[in-house]
Ligand binder design. Structure first.
Ligand SMILES: [Zn+2]
Length: 138
């Protein structure tokens, strides 16, 4: 729940429709650099402009991905990759998703603001890389 999340952050300020800014709990943050977006379908997008991972942010406030994603969405995202067990497949996923992360990194470097869709895609890429990395490790 968004209220649950916001209550654990400091200097929370509404920045738009279903959007908030707050101090990032995962790094020393004096001015709010964490953006929170309530997608309205159970998903909450979290982005630290200093580059903290969503998982780190959630960890710092004692929450996990399950708290910001409905279980159904997590299943849907994980299932297609989970069925593949070969390391070469995992590598393909990492290769593809890394490109997305790299593109986002370049845009950040050029101070180009990312759209909500870009951020959502980036988050998906990060998670897919995590999953694929774990699988390739076997
Ligand atoms: Zn941060």
């Amino acid at each position: 729940m968004i209220e649950n999340l916001l209550s654990r952050l400091s200097k929370v300020k509404r920045s738009g429709n279903n959007q908030w800014m707050a101090c990032c709990p995962a790094h020393q943050d004096k001015t709010p650099s964490l953006s929170i977006t309530d997608k309205g379908d159970g998903r909450i997008l979290i982005n630290c402009y200093a580059g903290c991972g969503t998982e780190d942010v959630l960890d710092s406030i004692g929450m996990s991905f399950e708290d910001i994603m409905p279980p159904k969405l997590i299943d849907n995202r994980v299932a297609p990759i989970k069925q593949r067990v070969y390391a070469s497949d995992a590598l393909k996923v990492i290769q593809l998703e890394s490109r997305i992360v790299l593109m986002a990194a370049y845009e950040l470097k050029r101070n180009k603001p990312m759209t909500e869709d870009d951020l959502a895609r980036l988050e998906l890429a990060m998670e897919r890389i995590n999953i694929a990395t774990e699988m390739a490790n076997v």
